[in-house]
Design a protein around this ligand. Structure first.
Ligand SMILES: [Zn+2]
Length: 275
């Protein structure tokens, strides 16, 4: 073996050892965060920001608190445009994001590195595809954005304005639903090609139905913005699924059942059982 090959081999081994050590430490940190869960102050904050938590079965609430502790401990939160991130801000965002993955046995937003929080809606420059596929370079004003799997951007004003009764507006659920969609290539973690095809067929049927209703000016249960495309449909439907589950199950029963299968959760039952 020449000295050059030996040095390259040693370098390669060092990198492998470094990666192994890093993932070992990350797994250990995650276990500790999960086992310690939230403290009493953070648990109170979670209950304030996520009224659904009070109604869900105790075992699910316990898991939600632990997942939230992992999210808060693992992800970097950055205040932008003068916004000050507080421990309560973190719990508010983390708990709502973790609601979406509560029914899964896999890890929590593994590839997500950071959450960026602006005080209010923010301006994003650059080219984008508008309605009808028209490309424009007008800056957009957004309440949230999730364009890749390493970060999510939110406007705190919009996070804070959720929860009006009868309104299913929840920017955290919306953006993290987009995140899950990106992470799994447009059919959120549905195993098996048959199930995936059934999900996409239903999604397209419901999307077409919503478009037809919206175009004829009729009332729609989902915000008509959902008619934009598959991605927006999934994000808007996810907001309504968690924020207005009982009405959703009544108005769009087939879609409700499909989403209950996707999320492996039945939030309408939490309300029935909670009285
Ligand atoms: Zn969206």
């Amino acid at each position: 073996m020449t000295p050059g090959i030996a040095i390259a081999l040693a370098g390669g081994l060092a990198i492998v050892a470094w990666i192994a050590a890093r993932s070992f430490l990350a797994a250990r940190l995650r276990r500790a965060l999960f086992e310690n869960s939230l403290d009493a102050v953070a648990r109170d904050a979670l209950a304030r920001w996520l009224p659904q938590a009070e109604r869900m079965p105790a075992a699910l609430r316990d898991r939600l608190e632990r997942l939230t502790a992992v999210f808060v401990g693992e992800k970097a939160f950055a205040g932008c445009g003068g916004f000050q991130v507080t421990p309560e801000t973190k719990v508010a965002i983390a708990a709502q994001a973790c609601l979406l993955v509560l029914g899964r046995n896999t890890h929590v937003y593994d590839r997500l590195h950071s959450v960026l929080v602006y005080p209010s809606q923010f301006v994003v420059p650059g080219e984008w595809h508008g309605e009808d596929g028209v490309v424009t370079d007008e800056p957009r004003v957004l309440a949230g954005e999730s364009w890749d799997v390493s970060r999510v951007i939110l406007s705190w004003e919009d996070v804070d304005s959720r929860g009006d009764p009868g309104e299913a507006y929840n920017v955290v659920i919306h953006e993290f639903a987009h995140y899950l969609d990106h992470e799994s290539g447009g059919a959120p973690w549905i195993g098996g090609s048959g199930a995936r095809q059934r999900w996409l067929r239903l999604l397209d049927e419901e999307l077409e139905r919503l478009r037809a209703l919206a175009e004829s000016g009729e009332r729609t249960f989902l915000d008509p913005y959902a008619a934009e495309d598959r991605g927006e449909f999934f994000a808007v439907a996810s907001e309504a699924f968690f924020e207005e589950p009982a009405a959703f199950a009544r108005e769009l029963p087939a879609l409700y059942r499909a989403l209950a299968g996707v999320y492996r959760l039945d939030p309408a039952a939490w309300i029935r059982n909670g009285g």
